[in-house]
Design a protein around this ligand. Structure first.
Ligand code: PBG
Length: 323
């Protein structure tokens, strides 16, 4: 035998020498849930180790992450039911929980990167990402709300705006609003290929943001489709996106690879709440080795072509010294 691939696996030094993919702290974005109040830190039932933080605790959390070298955060608000309405007006109200959180984080830690989520669902009394009328999601009317939300985020200090709503034309709309208001420097990370997935369940528990009726299939993509991801990605690129995101990550590694191979923009992938919950549940039962399974998942997503990984594992992998 002339070729014995095992020779390149014979020692740890050689294995590392020939390692093709590496994961660095800078590849990670940590999603954080925020809630109103003081000294609040409540664990999400279906996401062991993940908490909803009041702003004071959020600042402590960001500080401890930054010390570990984790410097990018994506914020998501848990909004009281009484503040929700049909038009998600709480999403751009001055001094709202979310806008205060952005401001405080950037004020205390100007060097960290704050990613903000633009979508109506946490603020919508219908629990949808768009305005609902007679059971229909109104696309173009929703864009106006998204524009106001994105502008409010930029004014509060957001570094990257991440529209997760899947309305048509929202990247162009948001880019225009930002530019007209002199926020040419604020980036857009678009959820380009966001699938109608079962794996968002624990996230919707965390935010109490599940749809009150119907499902999200008229705007989120059919899990069976791959070419449709190319259409979405092309539009978002043309409309001015700076990153293209695929979500969820694990059942869609082919889509990550497809976008990586077909676009020059950096690819982000969202290792979502249900993917996190699956691993934690199996680990709790003693069925999986925690460190090895988490690192294999993150490395796999990176290998498929994602340069930015949004993951609830971000802090633990650094805290435990796995990176
Ligand atoms: C909502 C949004 C969702 C997630 C991020 N933004 C849920 C949904 O579309 O219902 C899910 C993230 C996760 O599951 O971790 N616009």
């Amino acid at each position: 035998m002339l070729q014995r691939p095992r020779r390149n696996r014979k020692s740890e030094v050689i294995r590392q020498m020939v390692q093709e993919t590496v994961l660095q702290p800078a590849n990670l974005i940590f999603p954080l849930f925020i809630v109103d109040g003081n000294a609040q830190k409540t664990e999400v039932n279906s996401m062991p180790g993940i908490f909803r933080h009041s702003i004071d605790n959020l600042l402590r959390e960001v500080e401890s992450c930054a010390k570990l070298g984790l410097k990018a955060f994506d914020l998501f608000p848990n909004i009281e039911e009484s503040l929700k309405d049909k038009y998600a007006t709480e999403s751009y109200r001055e001094n709202s929980l979310y806008l205060r959180a952005i401001k405080e984080v950037k004020q205390h830690f100007p060097e960290v990167c704050v990613v903000t989520d633009v979508a109506m669902d946490p603020y919508s009394s219908d629990g949808h990402d768009g305005i609902v009328e007679n059971g229909e999601i109104l696309n173009d009317e929703t864009l106006e709300v998204l524009g106001k939300m994105a502008l409010a985020h930029a004014q509060a200090g957001a570094d990257i705006i991440a529209p997760s709503d899947m309305m048509d034309g929202r990247v162009a709309y948001i880019r225009k609003v930002l530019d007209e208001n002199k926020f040419t420097n604020v980036s857009i990370m678009s959820y380009a290929a966001k699938y109608a997935s079962a794996f968002y369940g624990p996230f919707r528990d965390a935010l109490k943001s599940a749809p009150k009726h119907g499902d999200k299939k008229s705007y989120q993509m059919n899990p069976a489709n791959q070419k449709e991801a190319l259409i979405e990605a092309r539009l978002d690129e043309e409309e001015g996106a700076d990153f293209l995101m695929v979500k969820p990550a694990l059942p869609y590694l082919d889509v990550i690879k497809l976008l990586h191979d077909n676009f020059e923009l950096p690819i982000a992938a969202y290792n979502v709440s249900g993917e996190y919950a699956m691993i934690k549940a199996a680990v709790q039962k003693g069925w999986l080795d925690e460190r090895r399974s988490i690192m294999e998942v993150l490395l796999g997503i990176r290998r498929a072509g994602a340069t930015a990984i949004l993951t609830y594992h971000a802090k633990e992998v650094l805290e435990k010294g796995w990176l």
